[in-house]
Design a protein around this ligand. Structure first.
Ligand code: SF4
Ligand code: SF4
Length: 114
């Protein structure tokens, strides 16, 4: 057990420190570089090889050919935001954004075209 005198020093010291907690969501938080949030797809770079689909450990991404271009669908509820699909893509057609506020009321809304 800590001695009362020592505790008092800590209590007084913390009065002048910035709080450890953040005022999120009232104030936006600063995310670190390399943060892995919602995926972004660059359709114009995609060649439809589906390496991203094959390497996804969560079976969360699908690539479909629509006319002459490709479309990517991601299940935000299955994705574990590991970034493997981004690493697997040789065409830099996928990137991870800092978007993390992805909650939805209905689960069906978590299946999105990116
Ligand atoms: S790995 Fe890249 S190029 Fe290949 S299908 Fe996926 S997004 Fe398209
Ligand atoms: S970030 Fe990971 S889990 Fe999400 S779609 Fe890409 S490979 Fe799959």
């Amino acid at each position: 057990m800590k001695k009362p005198g020592r505790m008092l020093k800590e209590v007084l010291g913390s009065l002048f420190k910035e709080p450890a907690t953040k005022k999120y969501p009232a104030e936006p938080i600063k995310l670190p570089d390399g943060f892995r949030g919602r995926l972004k797809f660059h359709s114009e770079r995609c060649i439809g090889c589906k390496l991203c689909v094959k390497d996804c450990p969560a079976d969360a991404i699908q690539i479909e050919k629509i006319g002459e271009t490709f479309e990517a669908t991601v299940r935000l509820d299955k994705c574990i935001y590991c970034g493997q699909c981004v690493l697997s893509c040789n065409k830099q057609a996928l990137e991870m954004t800092k978007q993390f506020e992805l909650a939805q009321i209905e689960r069906k809304n978590l299946k999105v075209n990116i």
